[in-house]
Structure formats: C-alpha cells, structure tokens
Design a protein. Structure first.
Length: 365
C-alpha cells in the first residue's frame, strides 16, 4: 500500500465510522420505542459490512512511515466500536440489559481512544461539535494548549472522600478566565467515564467544564443522601481548587437514578447550582422533609420525562411536578410523547442545553 493508498483508505474508514457513530448514538436514544429487534436491524443496515471489511483490509495493511503508533491506536479504537456494535446487535432475551450496558461500555472506550487521535482524523471533526460550533473548532480546540493545569478529558481515581470521576476541561481553558461547569450524574450501574459522553459534544462546543462523578456504590445513595452528597461536594471542591470555575454558573443534570439524585443533591446544596435538569427520573419520598422547608426554592428546575418510560411511570412524575409547582418552585416540565427511558443526546442538545444557556446568559445577582 502506497502512502496515497493508505490515506485514501483512512479517509474511507473515517466516513464509514462516522455513519456508525451517528447510528449507534441514535439507537441509544430511541431504544425501547419499538421492538429491540427493529433497533438492531436499523443499526445493521447502517453498519453493513463496515467492520468486517476494514478489519480484513485496512487494519491488516502496513501504514505510512511514521504512522505505526497511530495505526495501532486507531485499530484499538476500532475494535472497541466493533465489539459495541456486535454486542448490541446480538443482544436479546433475559440478558439484554447486561449486553446493552456492555455495548455502551465498549462504545465509550472507543470514543475515548478516538478523541485522543482527533487532530489526525479531519473527516471526523464534525462529530465532536454541534453544527453551530463547528466553524469555531480552531479556537475551541487549538493545536497548542496550556498543560498546567491539564486540559482535555481526564479521569481521577477515588479516595476516602469521593468515588472516581471524569472531568473535561476545554482545550482553550486559561486560568485567568472563569469557566461555567456542568455536573452530570449517571444512571444505575453506570459510571462517570461513560455518562460524560452524553454531554461531551455540547460542553466542548460551548466551552464548558464538565464533571461526571461516579456514585459511591452501584447507584446513588437515594435512601441516605449524605453519602453521595458529601462525595460529590468533595469532588466539586477538588475541581474548584485546581481550576477557575464560575461559581455563579454551575449547573446540574442527571439521568434515571442520576435524575432522582439530582433533586436530592440540589435540595441538600442549593447554594451550588444555577439550574437543575432531572431527565427520566422521579422525586424520592426521602425529599419530603426537604420540600417542607422548600429547599432550593430559588433554583430553577427543568424536568424532562418520556410518556413511554418503563422505569419511572409518567403519572408519578406528573404528580411530582404538580406538587413542586403548588409549592412555588420555579419549574418547567416537558413531557415527551415519543420517548421512553434511554440515553439523551438530541434531548440534551435541543431542550436542556438551550435552557442552561439562557440561564447562563443572565447577569448574576
């Protein structure tokens, strides 16, 4: 394979992978609206023989001079994506949930490795940005960045005070300019290093810092909120100790159990947040005492829930929102007639982000 042949094959691979990335992300948000098999068939059509062919051809070829390390790193990312695709398409029966989580794990591991190679993959550049931000990519992700403190995507180990967490600091970060921060909480059996990807594109495009903590146990401590409230508070303090965070523009969101806990975290630490967006979760009865005190009464809430949610019944969420409104909370409730219980991508971009951006644009009191 000549140098020009290698570059041509690399370009073809990027175009094929972009189709898979878009298709897989779409199915993660739409899963459950129809039969699982319909979702799997859609992805099969998108992918076709992409992974099997590129594994036999492109990744078995000798790369251009000086690109051996790049080629090997790209192959590792491709293997993760191939495993994610195969696991999702073959999932079924009683083990579907476990297989779905495994496919999600592989997908996110592939994204992390791909992100490290992004500056060498120009045909995939659009994947990392919203359409509006793409024209600003050179200023959002400069070739030369400050490295102290570190920027980009990073993972921090847990300690006695907090669990492990993932953190994204925009590549254009400079210590003399405070950055807004979004904290996002994963669902049950999830983790910060996978859930962060539901928000990476928006955070990168908007220049936000993004903090994705992991729960101390397999899910958030809903029955005894102080466990994870204290842990997240310690994580937040650690980040603020190293980076210039705009304390007037800190926002909170969560999915499923993460949404349920976002209520409890906001009620426990209302002074931290300029807005809270629970997605596909419900308010726990543990919050009753906090509600009687009207905790976080000045914090705007944006509740989003699907009518077809099979985990948290929409009727319970309607009741909760009615109660919060009756108590005088600043609440917006979007009930989605065509959504169930899945990962939010379009929802984040089309609904949650404009709401956060509007709040962030207001002058602080």
């Amino acid at each position: 394979m000549t140098d020009s042949d290698y570059q041509m094959k690399l370009n073809e691979w990027q175009q094929g992978l972009l189709g898979f990335l878009r298709g897989f992300e779409a199915e993660q948000e739409d899963i459950g609206l129809e039969s699982v098999r319909a979702s799997q068939q859609r992805l099969e059509i998108v992918v076709d023989e992409f992974f099997s062919l590129t594994n036999k051809t492109f990744f078995r070829q000798t790369p251009d001079s000086g690109m051996y390390d790049f080629h090997e790193a790209l192959a590792r990312a491709a293997n993760y994506f191939s495993d994610a695709c195969e696991t999702f398409i073959n999932a079924g029966g009683e083990t579907f949930n476990q297989s779905f989580l495994k496919s999600r794990f592989c997908f996110c591991k592939g994204l992390e490795r791909l992100y490290d190679l992004r500056l060498q993959l120009p045909l995939l550049e659009s994947w990392w940005y919203t359409e509006a931000a793409y024209k600003l990519k050179n200023s959002l992700d400069p070739l030369f960045v400050e490295s102290d403190p570190p920027v980009g995507l990073m993972h921090k180990v847990g300690n006695a005070s907090h669990a492990q967490y993932s953190l994204y600091v925009p590549e254009s970060y400079q210590a003399d300019c405070a950055r807004p921060l979004l904290i996002c909480l994963h669902g049950a059996y999830g983790s910060g290093d996978e859930y962060i990807w539901t928000w990476m594109r928006l955070a990168k495009s908007a220049g936000y810092m993004l903090l994705a903590p992991s729960s101390m146990d397999m899910t958030w401590s809903v029955l005894y909120p102080p466990t994870d409230v204290d842990a997240i508070s310690a994580t937040f303090d650690e980040v603020c100790g190293q980076y210039n965070v705009d304390r007037q523009r800190v926002f909170l969101t969560g999915l499923s159990d993460g949404a349920t806990f976002s209520y409890l975290l906001a009620f426990s630490r209302p002074e931290l947040f300029a807005g809270v967006a629970p997605i596909a979760g419900e308010l726990s009865q543990v919050a009753d005492r906090m509600l009687r005190k009207k905790a976080a009464g000045d914090v705007p809430f944006f509740v989003i829930h699907g009518v077809h949610d099979h985990i948290f019944d929409i009727r319970s969420v309607r009741s909760t929102c009615g109660l919060l409104q009756h108590l005088g909370y600043n609440l917006r409730f979007d009930e989605l007639p065509d959504w169930g219980h899945a990962y939010p991508y379009r929802i984040n971009e089309q609904r949650v982000w404009p709401w956060i951006d509007a709040l962030a644009s207001k002058d602080p009191l």
